[in-house]
Design a protein around this ligand. Structure first.
Ligand SMILES: Nc1ncnc2c1ncn2[C@@H]1O[C@H](COP(=O)(O)OP(=O)(O)O)[C@@H](O)[C@H]1O
Ligand SMILES: [Mg+2]
Length: 238
Protein backbone atom coordinates (compact mmCIF):
# COMPACT_ATOMS: atom_id res chain seq x y z
CA UNK A 1 0.00 0.00 0.00
CA UNK A 2 1.54 3.28 -1.10
CA UNK A 3 2.67 5.85 1.44
CA UNK A 4 2.07 9.36 0.12
CA UNK A 5 3.34 12.32 2.09
CA UNK A 6 2.57 16.00 1.61
CA UNK A 7 5.57 18.22 2.17
CA UNK A 8 6.53 21.84 1.75
CA UNK A 9 8.87 23.51 4.22
CA UNK A 10 6.55 26.52 4.36
CA UNK A 11 3.20 26.73 6.08
CA UNK A 12 0.16 27.80 4.08
CA UNK A 13 1.16 26.04 0.87
CA UNK A 14 -1.99 23.93 0.91
CA UNK A 15 -0.52 20.64 2.19
CA UNK A 16 -3.23 19.79 4.71
CA UNK A 17 -6.02 20.73 2.32
CA UNK A 18 -4.56 18.63 -0.50
CA UNK A 19 -3.92 15.70 1.89
CA UNK A 20 -7.50 15.81 3.16
CA UNK A 21 -8.94 16.04 -0.36
CA UNK A 22 -6.94 13.03 -1.47
CA UNK A 23 -7.87 11.05 1.65
CA UNK A 24 -11.59 11.79 1.41
CA UNK A 25 -11.76 11.12 -2.34
CA UNK A 26 -9.93 7.80 -2.05
CA UNK A 27 -12.19 6.82 0.87
CA UNK A 28 -15.24 7.84 -1.16
CA UNK A 29 -14.13 5.45 -3.87
CA UNK A 30 -13.93 2.61 -1.38
CA UNK A 31 -10.24 2.57 -0.51
CA UNK A 32 -9.24 2.25 3.11
CA UNK A 33 -7.14 5.27 3.96
CA UNK A 34 -5.01 5.90 7.01
CA UNK A 35 -4.04 9.53 7.48
CA UNK A 36 -1.03 10.05 9.66
CA UNK A 37 -1.23 13.49 11.15
CA UNK A 38 2.42 14.34 11.67
CA UNK A 39 1.82 18.05 12.09
CA UNK A 40 1.88 19.18 15.74
CA UNK A 41 -0.84 21.70 14.81
CA UNK A 42 -3.17 18.69 14.38
CA UNK A 43 -5.42 20.08 11.62
CA UNK A 44 -6.42 16.67 10.30
CA UNK A 45 -7.01 15.37 13.82
CA UNK A 46 -9.28 18.33 14.49
CA UNK A 47 -11.10 17.66 11.22
CA UNK A 48 -11.62 14.06 12.38
CA UNK A 49 -12.95 15.27 15.73
CA UNK A 50 -15.40 17.60 13.96
CA UNK A 51 -16.45 14.85 11.55
CA UNK A 52 -17.03 11.90 13.83
CA UNK A 53 -16.36 8.51 12.24
CA UNK A 54 -15.80 8.74 8.48
CA UNK A 55 -16.20 5.61 6.40
CA UNK A 56 -12.85 4.16 5.26
CA UNK A 57 -10.73 6.78 7.04
CA UNK A 58 -8.59 6.31 10.13
CA UNK A 59 -6.58 9.18 11.52
CA UNK A 60 -3.45 8.59 13.57
CA UNK A 61 -2.46 11.51 15.79
CA UNK A 62 0.44 12.18 18.15
CA UNK A 63 3.13 10.95 15.79
CA UNK A 64 6.83 11.04 16.59
CA UNK A 65 9.96 10.00 14.72
CA UNK A 66 10.07 6.87 16.86
CA UNK A 67 6.41 5.94 16.39
CA UNK A 68 5.99 6.70 12.68
CA UNK A 69 7.32 3.40 11.39
CA UNK A 70 5.32 1.49 14.04
CA UNK A 71 2.10 3.17 12.90
CA UNK A 72 2.80 2.21 9.29
CA UNK A 73 3.51 -1.37 10.31
CA UNK A 74 0.50 -1.66 12.62
CA UNK A 75 -2.01 -0.20 10.16
CA UNK A 76 -0.62 -1.94 7.09
CA UNK A 77 -3.10 -4.82 7.00
CA UNK A 78 -6.10 -2.52 7.11
CA UNK A 79 -4.87 0.21 4.77
CA UNK A 80 -4.91 0.67 1.00
CA UNK A 81 -3.32 4.13 1.06
CA UNK A 82 -1.32 5.90 3.74
CA UNK A 83 -1.35 9.69 3.61
CA UNK A 84 1.05 11.64 5.80
CA UNK A 85 0.38 15.30 6.51
CA UNK A 86 3.56 17.08 7.55
CA UNK A 87 4.37 20.33 9.31
CA UNK A 88 5.67 23.27 7.28
CA UNK A 89 9.22 22.50 8.27
CA UNK A 90 12.33 20.71 7.18
CA UNK A 91 13.08 18.85 10.37
CA UNK A 92 13.88 15.30 11.45
CA UNK A 93 10.24 14.15 11.44
CA UNK A 94 9.70 15.51 7.92
CA UNK A 95 12.91 13.84 6.74
CA UNK A 96 11.93 10.52 8.36
CA UNK A 97 8.45 10.61 6.84
CA UNK A 98 9.86 11.43 3.40
CA UNK A 99 12.30 8.55 3.75
CA UNK A 100 9.40 6.18 4.40
CA UNK A 101 7.28 7.47 1.52
CA UNK A 102 6.63 5.95 -1.88
CA UNK A 103 5.67 9.33 -3.28
CA UNK A 104 6.09 12.86 -1.99
CA UNK A 105 3.53 15.43 -3.07
CA UNK A 106 4.81 18.98 -2.92
CA UNK A 107 1.99 21.53 -2.98
CA UNK A 108 2.97 24.89 -4.43
CA UNK A 109 0.62 27.84 -4.54
CA UNK A 110 -0.04 28.64 -8.17
CA UNK A 111 -0.04 32.34 -7.54
CA UNK A 112 2.99 32.53 -5.28
CA UNK A 113 6.25 33.42 -6.86
CA UNK A 114 7.89 32.24 -3.66
CA UNK A 115 8.54 28.55 -4.10
CA UNK A 116 11.34 28.42 -1.52
CA UNK A 117 9.54 25.94 0.72
CA UNK A 118 9.10 23.56 -2.19
CA UNK A 119 12.74 24.01 -3.23
CA UNK A 120 13.84 23.00 0.28
CA UNK A 121 11.95 19.72 -0.05
CA UNK A 122 13.38 19.16 -3.54
CA UNK A 123 16.87 19.75 -2.08
CA UNK A 124 16.15 17.28 0.70
CA UNK A 125 15.05 14.68 -1.87
CA UNK A 126 18.28 15.26 -3.83
CA UNK A 127 20.27 14.93 -0.62
CA UNK A 128 18.63 11.59 0.24
CA UNK A 129 19.38 10.34 -3.25
CA UNK A 130 23.00 11.45 -3.15
CA UNK A 131 23.89 10.45 0.41
CA UNK A 132 21.62 7.52 1.11
CA UNK A 133 20.98 6.29 -2.44
CA UNK A 134 17.29 6.68 -1.68
CA UNK A 135 15.34 7.68 -4.74
CA UNK A 136 11.83 8.78 -3.81
CA UNK A 137 9.28 9.61 -6.47
CA UNK A 138 7.79 13.05 -6.10
CA UNK A 139 5.51 15.53 -7.82
CA UNK A 140 4.54 19.14 -7.45
CA UNK A 141 0.84 19.89 -7.25
CA UNK A 142 -0.20 23.46 -7.93
CA UNK A 143 -2.72 24.65 -5.36
CA UNK A 144 -5.11 27.52 -4.73
CA UNK A 145 -5.24 28.22 -8.44
CA UNK A 146 -7.82 30.86 -9.36
CA UNK A 147 -8.90 32.40 -12.61
CA UNK A 148 -6.68 35.31 -11.56
CA UNK A 149 -3.65 33.09 -11.97
CA UNK A 150 -2.89 33.46 -15.63
CA UNK A 151 -2.16 30.51 -17.82
CA UNK A 152 1.09 32.27 -18.62
CA UNK A 153 2.14 32.28 -14.94
CA UNK A 154 1.25 28.60 -14.56
CA UNK A 155 3.13 27.67 -17.72
CA UNK A 156 6.13 29.59 -16.37
CA UNK A 157 6.08 27.70 -13.04
CA UNK A 158 5.65 24.37 -14.82
CA UNK A 159 8.52 25.22 -17.17
CA UNK A 160 10.77 26.11 -14.26
CA UNK A 161 10.03 22.83 -12.49
CA UNK A 162 10.28 20.79 -15.68
CA UNK A 163 13.76 22.25 -16.18
CA UNK A 164 14.68 20.72 -12.82
CA UNK A 165 13.15 17.44 -13.97
CA UNK A 166 10.22 17.71 -11.55
CA UNK A 167 6.90 16.16 -12.42
CA UNK A 168 4.00 18.60 -12.10
CA UNK A 169 0.51 17.15 -11.85
CA UNK A 170 -1.75 18.09 -14.73
CA UNK A 171 -4.61 18.78 -12.31
CA UNK A 172 -4.14 21.89 -10.20
CA UNK A 173 -6.15 22.23 -7.00
CA UNK A 174 -8.35 25.27 -7.39
CA UNK A 175 -9.21 27.87 -4.78
CA UNK A 176 -12.61 26.79 -3.47
CA UNK A 177 -14.67 27.77 -0.46
CA UNK A 178 -15.81 24.15 -0.22
CA UNK A 179 -12.25 22.99 0.48
CA UNK A 180 -11.93 25.49 3.35
CA UNK A 181 -15.38 24.57 4.62
CA UNK A 182 -14.41 20.93 5.19
CA UNK A 183 -12.25 22.01 8.12
CA UNK A 184 -15.17 23.92 9.66
CA UNK A 185 -17.90 21.36 9.23
CA UNK A 186 -15.94 18.11 9.11
CA UNK A 187 -17.01 15.37 6.72
CA UNK A 188 -16.24 15.21 3.02
CA UNK A 189 -17.19 17.09 -0.14
CA UNK A 190 -19.87 14.44 -0.56
CA UNK A 191 -21.52 15.30 2.74
CA UNK A 192 -21.38 19.11 2.33
CA UNK A 193 -24.73 20.79 1.79
CA UNK A 194 -24.69 22.28 -1.75
CA UNK A 195 -27.42 24.72 -0.61
CA UNK A 196 -25.07 26.20 1.94
CA UNK A 197 -21.71 26.02 0.19
CA UNK A 198 -21.14 27.35 -3.31
CA UNK A 199 -19.83 25.28 -6.19
CA UNK A 200 -19.65 21.96 -4.36
CA UNK A 201 -19.99 20.15 -7.69
CA UNK A 202 -16.98 21.91 -9.17
CA UNK A 203 -15.04 21.20 -5.97
CA UNK A 204 -15.92 17.50 -6.17
CA UNK A 205 -14.92 17.34 -9.81
CA UNK A 206 -11.57 19.00 -9.06
CA UNK A 207 -10.78 16.80 -6.05
CA UNK A 208 -11.86 13.71 -7.98
CA UNK A 209 -9.51 14.48 -10.90
CA UNK A 210 -6.67 15.16 -8.48
CA UNK A 211 -7.20 11.82 -6.71
CA UNK A 212 -7.44 9.99 -10.02
CA UNK A 213 -4.17 11.46 -11.20
CA UNK A 214 -2.43 10.49 -7.96
CA UNK A 215 -3.79 6.94 -8.23
CA UNK A 216 -2.51 6.69 -11.78
CA UNK A 217 0.94 7.70 -10.58
CA UNK A 218 0.90 4.81 -8.15
CA UNK A 219 -0.64 1.89 -9.94
CA UNK A 220 -0.79 -1.13 -7.71
CA UNK A 221 -2.92 -4.10 -7.02
CA UNK A 222 -5.60 -2.82 -4.69
CA UNK A 223 -8.65 -4.65 -3.50
CA UNK A 224 -11.42 -2.24 -2.69
CA UNK A 225 -12.99 -2.64 0.69
CA UNK A 226 -16.47 -2.61 -0.87
CA UNK A 227 -16.93 -4.57 -4.07
CA UNK A 228 -13.51 -6.14 -4.68
CA UNK A 229 -11.89 -4.89 -7.87
CA UNK A 230 -8.41 -5.39 -9.16
CA UNK A 231 -6.48 -2.34 -10.33
CA UNK A 232 -3.26 -1.92 -12.35
CA UNK A 233 -0.04 -3.60 -11.35
CA UNK A 234 3.47 -2.84 -10.20
CA UNK A 235 4.65 0.21 -8.35
CA UNK A 236 6.96 2.87 -9.60
CA UNK A 237 8.20 3.99 -6.22
CA UNK A 238 11.64 3.50 -4.76
N1 LIG B 1 -7.54 24.98 -2.58
C1 LIG B 1 -7.88 25.80 -1.59
N2 LIG B 1 -9.01 26.54 -1.65
C2 LIG B 1 -9.33 27.40 -0.64
N3 LIG B 1 -8.60 27.58 0.47
C3 LIG B 1 -7.45 26.87 0.58
C4 LIG B 1 -7.04 25.95 -0.42
N4 LIG B 1 -5.87 25.39 -0.04
C5 LIG B 1 -5.58 25.93 1.16
N5 LIG B 1 -6.52 26.82 1.54
C6 LIG B 1 -6.53 27.63 2.78
O1 LIG B 1 -5.23 28.19 2.97
C7 LIG B 1 -4.81 28.05 4.32
C8 LIG B 1 -3.54 27.19 4.37
O2 LIG B 1 -3.83 25.92 3.80
P1 LIG B 1 -3.30 24.54 4.42
O3 LIG B 1 -3.85 23.46 3.59
O4 LIG B 1 -3.57 24.50 5.89
O5 LIG B 1 -1.74 24.71 4.15
P2 LIG B 1 -0.48 24.01 4.86
O6 LIG B 1 -0.94 22.69 5.39
O7 LIG B 1 0.54 23.89 3.78
O8 LIG B 1 -0.05 24.93 5.96
C9 LIG B 1 -5.98 27.44 5.05
O9 LIG B 1 -6.73 28.50 5.61
C10 LIG B 1 -6.78 26.75 3.98
O10 LIG B 1 -8.15 26.70 4.28
MG1 LIG C 1 -0.80 21.85 7.28
Amino acid sequence: MPVISFANAKGGAGKTTAALLLATELAHQGYRVTVIDADPQRWISQWREASGPVRNIEVVSEVSIASLQCHLREMKAQTDYFIIDLAGARDALVTTAIGLSDHVMIPVQGSAMDAKGAAQILDLLSFLKEKANLSIAHSVVLTRVTSMVTTKALVAIKGLLAARGVNVLTTPICERIAFKELFETGGTLHTLDPQKVSNVDKAKENAGSFALEVMRLMPMKVIRSGAPRIFGFGRNAA
